[in-house]
Write a protein that binds this ligand. Structure first.
Ligand code: PLP
Length: 455
């Protein structure tokens, strides 16, 4: 048996991020101004983001150097391990070879610090003193708190009230790293006060929390805003994951036929798959890359490709994306994360051009998969990662039925140690299967007045 765990040395941490925009056959359409609906240039983003990140957002340079200071900080937990899932293969009785890249070893427990650190770094270089953001379940808020603490910057997080009340440990984690965490809606902002005036008991939403964070950032030139997924520069930073995995697969003497990753806004999917898609573009390889999403928020498999807002309030630029409509809210019963209504621009264009695939799973299937994986391999996956594992199991079973061996690689993008309530609800039989009807989706899409895109 070959090694179970394939590791790298510190000096094998990538020196550059890989920018897939350089290799894409069709570049994404430009963002549009939310009011005039005219294409906007990068300068429109300057009140919210530092210049270096805006440059990366629009860059078509194939390789972008990682600053030495960022690489040094990556060394706290990178390179991350790649495992061969021998036991999972055995449990499934599949001839497929299954590998996974494990990003849960970061201090925040997911892939998100890969972008939180460079974002905090470029803000600091520009003299910014404070970063504000929103967080739903708390993964992004904790990653940014961790990064700001390392770089000696102030961090403030608007955490959606239901999560603030229901997931106190993520909040305490952020506090430990010195961040201020507010239960959103707050009385600090116009946006928050307006919501509270209408409903003093508002449970909050990601859309409201985004509005609060943006309002604070826009008012103060020493304060900027940060986003943990969707945007091009965020996907770019995550490519350290896939570049390491390329080296590790080489060390294992293997190469993936199929790559799978869970999909929220697209950052962990991009991080693992883009450095391998480069082989499809440059060398004519035919690696299949599959994005796994929840059946209760199926923008890739059942959404439309058109312009839509990135937030639910309608303040951001209009982006060309696969979307269920910015007002779409998944059923409350859905416990697996990945609740975002849209998809990043680059990933959307790749899907439209059929260069990647997507698949949706019901939540019971994803928890079945996560528990099967935890029992076989020991690591308890984040519920989000369970979506990817559900796709892995389908593909591995297909290999068994067809009697063929494929090499499958997936992104175990985080651990589930702060999500045990969702596991408990699953064990107690409280999670149900909800079938989202076409009528539900059409009702959400019918509200869109944003520009359509000729198909
Ligand atoms: C945030 C998060 C996701 C979803 O976001 P992407 O940008 O699509 O990666 C998935 N898994 C974990 C563990 C997360 O923290």
């Amino acid at each position: 048996m070959a090694n179970k765990k394939i590791t790298l040395q510190e000096n094998e941490i990538p020196t550059h991020w890989y920018n897939i925009l350089a290799d894409m056959p069709n570049k994404p359409l430009p963002p549009l101004h939310p009011g005039t609906k005219e294409p906007i240039g990068p300068e429109a983003l300057a009140p919210l983001f530092p210049m270096e990140l805006i440059k990366q957002e629009v860059s078509t340079e194939k390789w972008i150097a990682i600053p030495d200071e960022v690489r040094e900080l990556y060394k706290i937990w990178r390179p991350t391990p790649l495992y061969r899932a021998y036991n999972l293969e055995k449990v499934l009785g599949t001839p497929a070879k299954i590998y996974y890249k494990y990003e849960g070893v970061s201090p925040a427990g997911s892939h998100k610090p890969n972008t939180a650190i460079p974002q905090a770094y470029y803000n600091k270089m520009q003299g910014v003193k404070r970063i504000v953001t929103e967080t739903g379940a708390g993964q992004w808020g904790s990653a940014l708190s961790f990064a700001c603490n390392l770089l000696d910057m102030k961090c403030e997080v608007f955490m959606v009230k239901v999560s603030y009340d229901g997931k106190p440990y993520r909040k305490m984690m952020m506090n430990t790293w010195g961040a201020k965490v507010y239960s959103s809606p707050t009385t600090q902002t116009e946006a928050g006060r307006k919501i509270l005036a209408e409903d003093p008991n508002s449970p909050g939403s990601l859309g409201i929390a985004i509005s609060e964070a943006i309002e604070i950032a826009a008012q103060d030139e020493n304060t900027k805003y940060a986003l943990g997924s969707v945007l091009n520069h965020v996907l770019l930073h995550q490519t350290v994951v896939g570049q390491e995995a390329v080296l590790q697969m080489e060390k294992a003497g293997d190469f993936p036929d199929i790559i799978i990753a869970p999909f929220g806004g697209g950052s962990n999917f991009a991080g693992l798959t883009f450095p391998f898609l480069r082989f499809n573009f440059e060398k004519g390889k035919k690696i299949r890359c599959i994005a796994s999403e929840p059946a209760s928020c199926p923008k890739l498999t059942r959404g439309v490709f058109r312009y839509d807002f990135g937030d639910s309030v309608g303040m951001t630029p209009l982006l060309p994306m696969f979307t269920l409509g910015h007002n779409f809210v998944p059923q409350a019963i859905h416990a697996g994360g990945l609740r975002y209504h849209g998809a990043g621009v680059i990933v959307s264009q790749l899907l439209k051009d059929k260069l990647i695939e997507a698949r949706a799973h019901h939540q019971l299937e994803t928890f079945d998969a996560a528990v099967l994986f935890a029992k076989a391999e020991g690591i308890i996956p984040a519920p989000e990662a369970g979506h990817g594992i559900a796709t892995v199991i389908q593909e591995a079973k297909r290999c068994k039925e067809e009697g063929i061996s494929k090499t499958i690689l997936f992104n175990l993008c985080g651990h589930g140690h702060f999500d045990m309530q969702a596991y408990d609800d699953y064990f107690a039989g409280k999670l149900t299967r909800h079938d989202l009807s076409d009528a539900d989706i059409q009702a959400s899409l019918a509200k869109l007045t944003t520009p359509t895109i000729p198909q």
